[in-house]
Design a protein around this ligand. Sequence first.
Ligand SMILES: *[C@@H]1O[C@H](CO)[C@@H](O)[C@H](O)[C@H]1NC(C)=O
Length: 347
Amino acid sequence: MKESSSSSLQLLFTLFIFSLTIFTKPVSSSTPWPHHVKQISGNGKDLDFGSSKKYEGSSEFVHLKYHMGPVLTSTITVHPIWYGTWKNSQKKIIREFINSISSDDSKHPSVYGWWRTVQLYTDQTGANISRTVHVGEEKNDRFYSHGRSLTRLSIQSVIKSAVSVRTKPLPINPKSGLYLLLTADDVHVEDFCGQVCGFHYFTFPSIVGYTLPYAWVGNSEKLCAGTCAYPFAVPDYIPNLKPLKSPNGDIGIDGMISVIAHEIAELATNPLVNAWYAGPDPSFPTEIADLCEGIYGTGGGGSYTGQMLKGHDGATFNMNGIRRRFLVQWVWNPYLKYCSGPNALDQ
Ligand SMILES: *[C@@H]1O[C@H](CO)[C@@H](O)[C@H](O)[C@H]1NC(C)=O
Protein backbone atom coordinates (compact mmCIF):
# COMPACT_ATOMS: atom_id res chain seq x y z
CA MET A 1 0.00 0.00 0.00
CA LYS A 2 2.77 2.43 0.80
CA GLU A 3 4.22 4.37 -1.99
CA SER A 4 7.33 6.41 -2.21
CA SER A 5 7.32 8.47 -5.33
CA SER A 6 10.71 8.94 -6.92
CA SER A 7 12.30 11.92 -5.29
CA SER A 8 15.82 12.25 -6.54
CA LEU A 9 14.90 13.79 -9.86
CA GLN A 10 12.48 16.16 -8.18
CA LEU A 11 15.11 17.14 -5.70
CA LEU A 12 17.70 17.78 -8.35
CA PHE A 13 15.43 20.06 -10.30
CA THR A 14 14.20 21.83 -7.24
CA LEU A 15 17.71 22.55 -6.14
CA PHE A 16 18.37 23.97 -9.56
CA ILE A 17 15.26 26.14 -9.66
CA PHE A 18 15.79 26.99 -6.07
CA SER A 19 19.14 28.51 -6.81
CA LEU A 20 17.51 30.79 -9.38
CA THR A 21 14.30 31.80 -7.72
CA ILE A 22 13.20 33.03 -4.35
CA PHE A 23 9.46 33.40 -4.12
CA THR A 24 7.96 35.95 -1.83
CA LYS A 25 4.82 35.00 -0.03
CA PRO A 26 1.94 37.43 0.37
CA VAL A 27 -0.17 37.45 3.50
CA SER A 28 -1.56 34.12 4.69
CA SER A 29 -1.35 32.03 1.59
CA SER A 30 -0.80 28.61 0.20
CA THR A 31 2.10 28.80 -2.22
CA PRO A 32 2.71 26.92 -5.47
CA TRP A 33 5.01 23.93 -5.85
CA PRO A 34 7.98 23.66 -5.38
CA HIS A 35 7.46 24.35 -1.72
CA HIS A 36 9.84 25.57 0.88
CA VAL A 37 11.62 27.88 -1.48
CA LYS A 38 11.25 30.47 1.23
CA GLN A 39 11.50 29.48 4.84
CA ILE A 40 10.91 31.14 8.15
CA SER A 41 13.82 33.41 8.78
CA GLY A 42 16.55 34.83 6.64
CA ASN A 43 18.98 32.40 8.23
CA GLY A 44 20.65 30.32 5.55
CA LYS A 45 20.28 27.21 7.66
CA ASP A 46 16.55 27.22 7.07
CA LEU A 47 17.23 26.52 3.45
CA ASP A 48 19.25 23.45 4.22
CA PHE A 49 16.42 20.99 3.74
CA GLY A 50 16.91 17.30 3.39
CA SER A 51 18.87 14.61 5.07
CA SER A 52 19.92 16.36 8.25
CA LYS A 53 16.37 16.84 9.48
CA LYS A 54 15.09 14.35 11.94
CA TYR A 55 11.41 15.08 11.50
CA GLU A 56 9.26 16.44 8.75
CA GLY A 57 9.52 20.19 8.69
CA SER A 58 11.22 20.31 12.05
CA SER A 59 13.42 23.27 12.65
CA GLU A 60 14.94 24.88 15.67
CA PHE A 61 14.21 28.18 13.95
CA VAL A 62 10.44 27.76 14.06
CA HIS A 63 8.94 29.82 16.84
CA LEU A 64 5.23 29.47 16.45
CA LYS A 65 3.60 31.83 18.92
CA TYR A 66 0.16 32.70 20.18
CA HIS A 67 -0.55 36.41 19.80
CA MET A 68 -3.66 36.56 22.05
CA GLY A 69 -6.27 36.92 19.33
CA PRO A 70 -9.37 34.72 18.98
CA VAL A 71 -9.44 31.24 17.45
CA LEU A 72 -12.51 29.29 16.35
CA THR A 73 -13.65 27.29 19.36
CA SER A 74 -17.32 26.70 18.56
CA THR A 75 -18.86 24.70 15.74
CA ILE A 76 -17.32 25.94 12.50
CA THR A 77 -19.67 26.49 9.59
CA VAL A 78 -18.08 26.76 6.15
CA HIS A 79 -20.06 28.72 3.56
CA PRO A 80 -18.88 27.93 0.04
CA ILE A 81 -19.37 30.56 -2.65
CA TRP A 82 -19.16 28.84 -6.03
CA TYR A 83 -17.91 31.47 -8.45
CA GLY A 84 -18.38 30.69 -12.13
CA THR A 85 -19.28 27.36 -13.69
CA TRP A 86 -19.15 24.32 -11.39
CA LYS A 87 -20.21 20.74 -11.96
CA ASN A 88 -22.31 19.10 -9.27
CA SER A 89 -19.77 16.27 -9.11
CA GLN A 90 -17.05 18.79 -8.25
CA LYS A 91 -19.09 20.47 -5.54
CA LYS A 92 -19.85 17.08 -4.04
CA ILE A 93 -16.17 16.14 -3.62
CA ILE A 94 -15.43 19.43 -1.87
CA ARG A 95 -18.49 19.25 0.42
CA GLU A 96 -17.66 15.69 1.36
CA PHE A 97 -14.12 16.67 2.20
CA ILE A 98 -15.26 19.48 4.51
CA ASN A 99 -17.83 17.25 6.19
CA SER A 100 -15.16 14.54 6.58
CA ILE A 101 -13.25 16.74 9.03
CA SER A 102 -15.60 15.80 11.88
CA SER A 103 -16.46 12.31 10.68
CA ASP A 104 -14.97 10.08 13.37
CA ASP A 105 -16.12 6.85 11.75
CA SER A 106 -13.87 7.17 8.68
CA LYS A 107 -11.21 4.50 8.34
CA HIS A 108 -7.75 5.26 9.74
CA PRO A 109 -5.78 7.26 8.61
CA SER A 110 -8.63 9.75 8.41
CA VAL A 111 -9.35 13.42 7.73
CA TYR A 112 -10.75 13.44 11.26
CA GLY A 113 -7.34 12.26 12.53
CA TRP A 114 -5.70 15.10 10.57
CA TRP A 115 -7.98 17.67 12.25
CA ARG A 116 -7.01 16.38 15.72
CA THR A 117 -3.68 18.15 15.33
CA VAL A 118 -5.51 21.41 14.57
CA GLN A 119 -7.65 20.89 17.67
CA LEU A 120 -4.54 21.04 19.87
CA TYR A 121 -4.43 24.81 19.47
CA THR A 122 -6.17 26.90 22.14
CA ASP A 123 -7.03 30.51 22.94
CA GLN A 124 -6.29 32.62 26.04
CA THR A 125 -8.99 30.82 28.01
CA GLY A 126 -7.59 27.40 27.18
CA ALA A 127 -10.49 26.55 24.86
CA ASN A 128 -9.54 24.25 21.96
CA ILE A 129 -10.28 24.66 18.27
CA SER A 130 -13.71 23.25 17.58
CA ARG A 131 -13.99 19.55 16.88
CA THR A 132 -16.88 20.17 14.51
CA VAL A 133 -16.62 21.61 11.02
CA HIS A 134 -19.49 21.38 8.58
CA VAL A 135 -20.79 22.83 5.34
CA GLY A 136 -23.50 25.45 5.87
CA GLU A 137 -25.52 27.59 3.48
CA GLU A 138 -23.95 28.02 0.05
CA LYS A 139 -24.13 30.59 -2.69
CA ASN A 140 -23.78 30.24 -6.44
CA ASP A 141 -22.28 33.11 -8.42
CA ARG A 142 -22.85 31.43 -11.78
CA PHE A 143 -22.60 34.49 -13.96
CA TYR A 144 -19.24 35.79 -12.76
CA SER A 145 -20.73 38.87 -11.05
CA HIS A 146 -17.34 40.56 -10.77
CA GLY A 147 -15.82 39.31 -14.01
CA ARG A 148 -13.32 36.60 -14.82
CA SER A 149 -10.37 38.35 -13.27
CA LEU A 150 -10.53 39.05 -9.55
CA THR A 151 -8.24 41.08 -7.32
CA ARG A 152 -7.79 40.76 -3.57
CA LEU A 153 -10.18 43.66 -3.14
CA SER A 154 -12.80 42.53 -5.64
CA ILE A 155 -12.88 39.17 -3.82
CA GLN A 156 -14.29 41.07 -0.85
CA SER A 157 -16.96 42.56 -3.10
CA VAL A 158 -17.94 39.05 -4.22
CA ILE A 159 -18.37 38.11 -0.56
CA LYS A 160 -20.33 41.28 0.10
CA SER A 161 -22.72 40.34 -2.70
CA ALA A 162 -23.13 36.85 -1.25
CA VAL A 163 -24.06 38.12 2.22
CA SER A 164 -26.25 40.97 1.03
CA VAL A 165 -28.23 39.70 -2.00
CA ARG A 166 -32.00 39.87 -1.65
CA THR A 167 -32.73 36.22 -2.12
CA LYS A 168 -31.16 33.84 0.34
CA PRO A 169 -28.11 35.83 1.41
CA LEU A 170 -25.47 33.88 3.32
CA PRO A 171 -25.88 34.36 7.08
CA ILE A 172 -23.55 36.80 8.85
CA ASN A 173 -21.53 34.71 11.27
CA PRO A 174 -18.30 36.49 12.27
CA LYS A 175 -17.67 34.21 15.29
CA SER A 176 -17.67 30.79 13.69
CA GLY A 177 -18.52 31.17 10.03
CA LEU A 178 -15.89 30.78 7.33
CA TYR A 179 -16.57 32.13 3.88
CA LEU A 180 -14.89 30.03 1.23
CA LEU A 181 -14.73 31.61 -2.21
CA LEU A 182 -14.04 28.90 -4.80
CA THR A 183 -13.29 30.08 -8.31
CA ALA A 184 -13.88 27.96 -11.42
CA ASP A 185 -11.03 26.93 -13.73
CA ASP A 186 -11.52 29.93 -16.04
CA VAL A 187 -11.21 32.62 -13.40
CA HIS A 188 -7.99 34.48 -12.92
CA VAL A 189 -7.19 35.81 -9.44
CA GLU A 190 -4.46 38.26 -8.49
CA ASP A 191 -1.20 36.35 -7.80
CA PHE A 192 -2.82 32.98 -8.68
CA CYS A 193 -0.30 30.44 -9.99
CA GLY A 194 2.80 32.60 -9.74
CA GLN A 195 2.69 33.25 -6.03
CA VAL A 196 -0.35 31.65 -4.47
CA CYS A 197 -2.79 28.75 -4.88
CA GLY A 198 -5.09 30.10 -2.17
CA PHE A 199 -5.10 32.54 0.72
CA HIS A 200 -7.14 33.58 3.72
CA TYR A 201 -7.81 36.87 5.41
CA PHE A 202 -10.80 38.73 6.85
CA THR A 203 -13.19 41.15 5.17
CA PHE A 204 -13.07 44.87 5.87
CA PRO A 205 -16.15 46.48 7.43
CA SER A 206 -15.70 49.37 4.98
CA ILE A 207 -16.29 47.02 2.04
CA VAL A 208 -18.45 44.19 3.35
CA GLY A 209 -19.99 45.76 6.44
CA TYR A 210 -18.51 43.10 8.74
CA THR A 211 -15.24 41.47 9.69
CA LEU A 212 -15.65 37.95 8.34
CA PRO A 213 -12.85 35.39 8.07
CA TYR A 214 -12.65 34.16 4.49
CA ALA A 215 -10.47 32.17 2.15
CA TRP A 216 -10.15 31.96 -1.58
CA VAL A 217 -9.04 28.80 -3.41
CA GLY A 218 -8.98 28.52 -7.19
CA ASN A 219 -9.36 25.56 -9.55
CA SER A 220 -5.95 25.52 -11.24
CA GLU A 221 -6.67 22.78 -13.79
CA LYS A 222 -6.49 24.98 -16.89
CA LEU A 223 -4.26 27.73 -15.54
CA CYS A 224 -1.43 26.03 -13.65
CA ALA A 225 -2.21 22.49 -12.51
CA GLY A 226 1.51 21.67 -12.42
CA THR A 227 2.06 24.20 -9.67
CA CYS A 228 -1.24 24.22 -7.73
CA ALA A 229 -2.44 20.63 -8.27
CA TYR A 230 0.94 18.96 -7.80
CA PRO A 231 1.55 15.96 -7.60
CA PHE A 232 -1.54 15.18 -9.73
CA ALA A 233 -0.03 17.35 -12.45
CA VAL A 234 3.61 18.35 -12.86
CA PRO A 235 5.23 21.58 -13.99
CA ASP A 236 6.29 21.81 -17.66
CA TYR A 237 9.83 22.72 -16.69
CA ILE A 238 10.42 19.28 -15.22
CA PRO A 239 10.65 16.75 -18.06
CA ASN A 240 10.13 13.04 -17.35
CA LEU A 241 8.37 13.59 -14.04
CA LYS A 242 5.12 11.64 -14.09
CA PRO A 243 1.97 12.98 -12.44
CA LEU A 244 0.32 10.72 -9.86
CA LYS A 245 -3.24 9.49 -10.28
CA SER A 246 -5.65 11.57 -8.21
CA PRO A 247 -8.10 9.89 -5.80
CA ASN A 248 -11.37 11.40 -7.05
CA GLY A 249 -10.72 11.50 -10.78
CA ASP A 250 -10.61 15.29 -11.04
CA ILE A 251 -7.13 16.79 -10.99
CA GLY A 252 -8.29 20.36 -10.40
CA ILE A 253 -10.57 19.44 -7.50
CA ASP A 254 -8.23 16.88 -5.94
CA GLY A 255 -5.54 19.56 -6.05
CA MET A 256 -7.87 22.12 -4.44
CA ILE A 257 -8.65 19.80 -1.52
CA SER A 258 -5.22 20.17 0.07
CA VAL A 259 -5.29 23.95 -0.41
CA ILE A 260 -8.79 24.14 1.11
CA ALA A 261 -7.56 22.05 4.05
CA HIS A 262 -4.56 24.37 4.44
CA GLU A 263 -6.76 27.46 4.53
CA ILE A 264 -9.40 26.01 6.89
CA ALA A 265 -6.69 24.90 9.36
CA GLU A 266 -5.19 28.39 9.30
CA LEU A 267 -8.54 30.17 9.49
CA ALA A 268 -9.43 28.11 12.58
CA THR A 269 -6.17 28.91 14.38
CA ASN A 270 -5.59 32.43 13.06
CA PRO A 271 -8.93 33.83 11.79
CA LEU A 272 -8.10 37.50 12.31
CA VAL A 273 -4.36 37.01 11.75
CA ASN A 274 -3.58 37.84 15.39
CA ALA A 275 -3.55 34.37 16.99
CA TRP A 276 -1.22 31.50 15.99
CA TYR A 277 1.69 32.29 13.67
CA ALA A 278 5.45 32.37 13.51
CA GLY A 279 7.78 35.04 12.24
CA PRO A 280 8.50 38.61 13.22
CA ASP A 281 6.21 40.27 10.69
CA PRO A 282 2.42 40.07 11.19
CA SER A 283 1.86 41.11 7.58
CA PHE A 284 3.76 38.00 6.46
CA PRO A 285 2.73 35.46 9.09
CA THR A 286 3.91 31.88 8.82
CA GLU A 287 1.00 29.78 9.99
CA ILE A 288 0.42 26.17 11.03
CA ALA A 289 -0.10 24.88 7.48
CA ASP A 290 2.59 27.07 5.86
CA LEU A 291 5.16 25.24 7.96
CA CYS A 292 4.18 21.93 6.35
CA GLU A 293 3.41 22.90 2.79
CA GLY A 294 4.04 20.06 0.36
CA ILE A 295 4.45 17.49 3.15
CA TYR A 296 1.99 14.59 2.90
CA GLY A 297 3.78 11.83 4.75
CA THR A 298 6.75 10.62 6.69
CA GLY A 299 10.03 11.73 5.15
CA GLY A 300 8.43 14.75 3.44
CA GLY A 301 10.21 18.06 3.08
CA GLY A 302 12.00 20.10 0.48
CA SER A 303 10.67 18.83 -2.81
CA TYR A 304 9.75 15.39 -1.47
CA THR A 305 6.10 14.75 -0.61
CA GLY A 306 6.88 11.97 1.87
CA GLN A 307 5.29 8.52 2.04
CA MET A 308 1.76 8.41 0.77
CA LEU A 309 -0.71 5.57 0.20
CA LYS A 310 -1.80 3.97 -3.03
CA GLY A 311 -5.26 2.49 -3.57
CA HIS A 312 -6.13 -0.60 -5.65
CA ASP A 313 -7.16 1.81 -8.38
CA GLY A 314 -3.62 3.19 -8.46
CA ALA A 315 -4.61 6.57 -7.03
CA THR A 316 -2.43 8.29 -4.48
CA PHE A 317 -3.90 9.57 -1.21
CA ASN A 318 -2.99 9.89 2.46
CA MET A 319 -6.29 9.95 4.31
CA ASN A 320 -9.84 8.59 4.26
CA GLY A 321 -13.02 10.60 4.56
CA ILE A 322 -16.72 10.11 3.94
CA ARG A 323 -16.97 7.69 0.98
CA ARG A 324 -13.71 9.04 -0.46
CA ARG A 325 -9.97 9.36 -0.17
CA PHE A 326 -8.01 12.57 -0.18
CA LEU A 327 -4.46 13.83 -0.38
CA VAL A 328 -4.01 16.55 2.23
CA GLN A 329 -0.87 18.29 3.43
CA TRP A 330 0.11 17.95 7.09
CA VAL A 331 0.01 20.67 9.75
CA TRP A 332 2.40 21.72 12.48
CA ASN A 333 2.04 19.88 15.78
CA PRO A 334 2.67 22.36 18.62
CA TYR A 335 3.85 19.67 21.06
CA LEU A 336 6.01 17.56 18.80
CA LYS A 337 7.27 20.73 17.10
CA TYR A 338 7.22 19.13 13.71
CA CYS A 339 4.72 18.45 10.96
CA SER A 340 2.43 15.55 11.57
CA GLY A 341 -0.58 13.79 10.09
CA PRO A 342 -2.74 10.71 10.55
CA ASN A 343 -0.62 8.59 8.18
CA ALA A 344 2.64 9.35 10.02
CA LEU A 345 4.68 6.25 10.72
CA ASP A 346 5.23 7.38 14.33
CA GLN A 347 1.48 7.74 15.03
C1 LIG B 1 -6.96 20.84 23.77
O1 LIG B 1 -5.71 21.50 23.84
C2 LIG B 1 -4.86 21.02 24.83
C3 LIG B 1 -3.67 21.96 24.86
O2 LIG B 1 -3.06 21.96 23.60
C4 LIG B 1 -4.49 19.58 24.57
O3 LIG B 1 -3.63 19.08 25.57
C5 LIG B 1 -5.75 18.76 24.47
O4 LIG B 1 -5.42 17.45 24.07
C6 LIG B 1 -6.70 19.38 23.46
N1 LIG B 1 -7.95 18.67 23.43
C7 LIG B 1 -8.44 18.17 22.33
C8 LIG B 1 -9.78 17.53 22.45
O5 LIG B 1 -7.84 18.20 21.26
